[in-house]
Design a protein around this ligand. Structure first.
Ligand SMILES: Cc1ncc(COP(=O)(O)O)c(C=O)c1O
Length: 398
């Protein structure tokens, strides 16, 4: 049967995730170490797991309100007020979604018509581009540079914007670079955003994972709340990736449009997951974010270790200040990051992700995730060091 004719050109136009291929390779090799998957190694803390179990035992097995449990939306509003200093009405401006992933998709679908342009930072998270393309939108990449700390400037926006640009996808702390934008950096881009009347989709999923500096949301700056969709969730901050709990906060007018799609598509996020998320937040209010703080401190140790190890090997390493990735530049080895990643898996069974998986601007870099325990990171770094020495020796001999 010729299946090809059935599929939409938008779907056929998508390529497989650049990350998946490498995961499959590693799965075929026994005893490998993955620095690949962007997922906390911590198990969801026990009291949060128990809250979900209790909700099931208490027979909370039905749909919730489409926007999510009212108590959960209230807790999210309280959290956002505390954390980014922005007030959102839990009844009309917050919707609980299936991970931040659903919220990214809802934002694109509600904003884009055929040919509308979205500014996407490169390198950045793998789902933005396909989400835009599935809506018939056009991705306009903005290439970020390590010498500018992978931060966005007003000039970059000015150079990329056209009359068709509708939105800017701002993703800080950034996956894969670990870059952050500080308040002064955000203040400098606000006039360009307002001048060109853009909506900002701000993916703040790593906002709890910053090292030394508190996350600042662009929504908190004057004139920005009304034009910003804040995306966040529980995957990274509470180690709850598998629960698929996310949310968005946006002005009522935007929220209403995104909500319509969510209602038809999803109905509501999982009920047990919402009870777990509700407990996670309320518990964090009571114990001053104990679990988050413990995880952050542990990530910070691993971050330091990995950055120092790559520097000792002689690589240029941008200092990541957020998320859980190190993004060393391997250009000095004279090989592509695809080849580096492939040979590293085949020879040392260590998985890193080539920077190209996050867009062209990632070429010459590899993403190494430190959401793995320190002992394994130490072993992996030892193997990478051996690998690099072997490459250098080979190149020297030629
Ligand atoms: C930048 C970024 N945004 C969104 C997501 C997806 O998050 P969720 O698990 O909430 O769907 C990820 C997952 O790795 C991510 O790195």
């Amino acid at each position: 049967m010729n299946y090809d004719k059935y599929f939409s050109s938008r779907v056929k136009g998508l390529s497989q995730s650049g990350i998946r291929k490498y995961f499959d390779l590693l799965n075929d090799l026994e005893g490998g170490i993955s620095l690949g998957v962007g997922e906390p190694d911590f198990i969801t803390p026990e009291p949060i797991r128990e809250a979900a179990i209790k909700s099931i035992e208490d027979c909370h097995t039905k749909y919730t309100s489409n926007a999510g449990l009212p108590e959960l939306r209230k807790a999210i509003a309280k959290y956002q007020k505390m954390f980014i200093g922005v007030d959102y009405d839990p009844d009309t401006e917050i919707v609980v979604t299936v991970g931040a992933s659903e919220a990214i998709d809802l934002a694109m679908r509600s904003l884009l018509d055929e040919g509308d342009e979205v500014l996407i930072l490169e390198p950045s998270y793998v789902s933005y581009e396909p989400d835009v393309k599935l809506c018939g939108g056009k991705v306009v990449p903005i290439y970020l540079k390590a010498d500018n700390k992978f931060r966005l400037t007003a000039e970059m926006i000015e150079n990329a914007v056209t009359p068709k640009t509708k939105a800017l996808l701002l993703a800080y702390p950034n996956n894969p670079t670990g870059a952050i934008m500080e308040k002064e950096d955000l203040e400098k881009i606000v006039p360009a955003i307002i001048k060109h009347d853009l909506i900002v989709i701000s993916d703040e999923i790593y906002s709890e994972l910053t090292y030394g500096k508190h996350h600042v949301s662009i929504a908190s700056l004057p004139g920005m709340r009304e034009r910003t969709i804040v995306l966040n969730g529980f995957s990274k901050s509470f180690s709850m990736t598998g629960w698929r709990m996310g949310y968005f906060c946006a002005p009522k007018e935007i929220s209403e449009q995104m909500y319509k799609i969510h209602q038809f598509l999803i109905m509501c996020a999982s009920t047990a997951g919402q009870h777990a998320a509700l407990f996670a937040l309320n518990n964090a209010f009571e114990n001053d974010f104990k679990y988050v703080k413990e995880m952050r401190a542990e990530y910070d140790k691993r971050r330091r270790y990995m950055v120092d190890s790559f520097r000792e090997m002689g690589f240029e390493v941008f200092e990541p200040e957020g998320a859980f990735y190190v993004f060393p530049c391997i250009k000095s080895l004279g090989m592509s990051s695809e080849d580096f990643a492939y040979e590293l898996i085949m020879k040392k069974k260590v998985l890193v992700v080539p920077g190209e998986a996050f867009g062209e601007a990632g070429a010459g870099y590899v993403r190494c995730c430190y959401a793995t325990d320190l002992e394994r990171i130490k072993t992996a770094m030892g193997l990478i060091k051996e690998f690099v020495e072997e490459i250098r020796l080979q190149k020297g001999k030629k």
